[in-house]
Design a protein around this ligand. Structure first.
Ligand SMILES: [Zn+2]
Length: 415
């Protein structure tokens, strides 16, 4: 009975603001890609996918109504833009003459509503509609919130940002991924904003990076957490009570209510939890092989960390270590130690997608390799460390023996 009442109240609250979907325009951007914009009343749960024969991109918006179902013809490569309403589900379809590169739609908050933007780019080589996997990277703390203070006076907020940037760099320099940083500098981002931006960015995965402290300086090692309303360990309880707890306070009326969605779409939520568990286990098994890092707990831990509460996006929080432990603080102060954390996250992430490739990503066809673009200043020995390979293995794979590498060159990295 109490649950039923709870759902009723949620449903009532969500109906206060209706969600009308309205087509706005198609714009050509400076790089000649096309941006299709719709207006919504609130940030929404949007499902997006590409289809073949004929080529089209579909957006499905739950709990919304279409302003119009008019079909609009457009110029090449778009054939037409159409829409259909099925109960409370709005379906937007972009029919095309050829296959394109597309980006998962983003939702931008403006003073008079939410702009849902979908970007398409012509790519003559495509045999299907193709898109990058979007990884939201959340560097814990920042600005006036330093996080834990290390026994060597190093601050958690600086360590988390450095690890986040290392991970961003790897994801940016291999094809098929698009990293999006939730904070890019030393700034404080509200905890609600962190997980809410995941949906606005259209992220496929959410990774939060921390290195917290504990009252006992002897406690050390890395751990991986996924969402649960209940904590699985004393240290999680300690951490979540302190700064990360799920009590959300008020979110804006036009923002997305993850708590409500968890109740309304239990199957999607269950899948999110099991996918988060798979992702977390892949990262844990990489951390286990990392020569610098010891594990604090060998299994996934559960906590009500607010940043993990997206109801559908697999989300994990990595505690890189305990800043209050002198060994961990020194390990994370050094680049090699931080690099290993970023490497474990990247390899874990890629192995996760190997088992369950996202449709339309380039890894759907082959995930045993990533293509890495050589950057200015790169040396093979460093690339080898970043991907957990030997220089020899990279040289053999790419026939690089006694050859120089150059910026812009693409090499194969076996994962
Ligand atoms: Zn933290």
């Amino acid at each position: 009975m109490r649950n039923y009442l709870f759902i009723c109240i949620f449903t009532l609250a969500s109906n206060l603001l209706s969600n009308e979907v309205k087509f706005v325009d198609v714009k050509e951007l400076s790089d000649s890609s096309l941006e299709i914009t719709y207006k919504l009343d609130k940030v929404s749960y949007v499902k997006s996918y590409g289809l073949k024969n004929p080529s089209r991109i579909v957006l499905e918006i739950e709990n919304s109504t279409l302003k119009s179902i008019k079909t609009r013809p457009f110029n090449f490569p778009i054939k037409q833009i159409r829409a259909a309403q099925n109960n409370k589900l709005s379906k937007l379809v972009i029919d095309m003459y050829e296959y394109v590169d597309w980006e998962k739609p983003t939702q931008v908050k403006t003073s008079d509503g939410i702009l849902l933007k979908l970007v398409l780019k012509r790519n003559k080589k495509n045999q299907k509609n193709t898109r990058d996997i979007v990884v939201a990277i959340d560097a814990g703390h920042g600005g006036r919130d330093p996080g834990a203070v290390g026994s060597n006076n190093v601050l958690e907020k600086d360590i988390t940002l450095l690890i986040a940037k290392e991970l961003e760099r790897t994801l940016r320099d291999v094809s098929g991924y698009s990293p999006k940083m939730i904070r890019v500098g030393d700034e404080l981002v509200d905890l609600n904003e962190r997980y809410l931006s995941t949906r606005r960015m259209g992220a496929d995965i959410f990774i939060s990076i921390h290195a917290d402290g504990f009252r006992l300086s002897s406690v050390k090692g890395a751990s991986v957490y996924i969402w649960s309303a209940k904590s699985s360990s004393i240290s999680a309880e300690n951490l979540s009570k302190k700064a990360l707890a799920s009590k959300i306070g008020k979110i804006a009326e036009n923002d997305f209510d993850e708590d409500e969605a968890r109740v309304n779409f239990p199957d999607i939520y269950e899948k999110k939890i099991s996918d988060s568990m798979k992702l977390g286990n892949e990262i844990l098994s990489e951390l286990r092989n990392d020569p610098y890092t010891k594990l604090h707990k060998k299994n996934i831990e559960y906590a009500d960390f607010r940043v993990l509460k997206s109801f559908d996006t697999p989300s994990v929080l990595i505690e890189s270590g305990f800043m209050t432990n002198p060994d961990d603080a020194e390990r994370l102060k050094g680049k090699p130690g931080r690099r290993m954390i970023a490497r474990s996250i990247f390899l874990g992430l890629h192995n996760y997608f190997k088992n369950a490739p996202i449709p339309d990503s380039i890894f759907e066809d082959n995930s045993d390799y990533v293509m890495y673009e050589i950057q200015k200043g790169d040396v093979l020995s460093e690339i080898a460390v970043r991907f957990g390979l030997t220089v020899e293995a990279i040289e053999v794979e790419n026939k690089l023996k006694n050859k120089a590498i150059y910026p812009g060159q693409i090499i194969k990295i076996k994962i």
